[in-house]
Design a protein around this ligand. Structure first.
Ligand code: GDP
Length: 193
């Protein structure tokens, strides 16, 4: 794998700043604690690029990482589904994400992170259904693959493949580095599309 360079270029809190990011984008979404920060750090080969959440559900910004080679943004979306978030916060998340995803000509795909240890959860299904509904390319990525037994992991993978019309999620572990090359290939392929 060629050396990858990551640079945090911009953190966005207000939606009206979005128009200023003219380059291909791949967004990463997932429930709080799914392992999104760890995966981004591992993909970047850096330990502390994305902040590993000490208090889940607190990230409310969109972080744009310029990735070279490839010259695209990997966009770290705020995690969703944290148990203690209020209704109002949840609505704000949905609103932010919907505006970002729907009105974005630069967005090539959304990588949806799925915990290898759990069968499809309602909140993940809601996101997937929304993305399918608007015809957005989905890159399903299972995280924490080192945790469950391989047999259980494959079961979860099959469940997702059924939901995703046969598309099998990638299997990754930020802990062991498993699946990183494949994940890069999938991200790059989506940018090149
Ligand atoms: P985020 O909230 O989605 O950004 O999740 P984090 O990256 O902060 O990870 C949440 C917790 O899961 C942390 O305690 C991580 O150390 C742990 N974690 C993340 N990825 C992995 C993985 O691949 N394997 C294992 N065993 N633990 C992981």
């Amino acid at each position: 794998m060629s050396k990858v360079h990551f640079e945090l270029e911009k953190t966005i809190y207000l939606m009206d700043q979005l128009a200023e990011m003219p380059a291909s984008q791949i967004a990463m979404a997932g429930r709080s604690n799914v392992g999104k920060s760890s995966l981004i750090n591992r993909l970047a080969g850096r330990k502390k690029l994305a902040k590993i959440s000490s208090s889940p559900g607190k990230t409310r910004s969109l972080n744009f990482y310029m990735v070279t080679p490839g010259d695209f943004y990997l966009v770290d979306l705020p995690g969703y589904g944290y148990a203690r978030t209020s209704k109002k916060e949840r609505a704000q998340w949905a609103n932010l994400i919907e505006i970002y995803i729907k009105d974005n000509d630069w967005l090539r795909a959304v990588a949806v992170l799925l915990d290898s240890r759990h069968s499809p959860q309602k909140i993940d299904l809601e996101l997937v259904t929304f993305l399918q509904g608007i015809g957005m390319t989905i890159i399903p990525i299972m995280t924490k693959a080192d945790k469950p037994k391989q047999r259980d992991r494959e079961k979860v993978r099959k469940q997702w493949a059924t939901i995703l019309d046969g598309q099998k999620p990638l299997v990754t572990s930020a802990e062991t580095g498993m699946g990183m090359d494949t994940a890069w290939e999938a991200l790059r392929a989506a940018v090149a599309k």
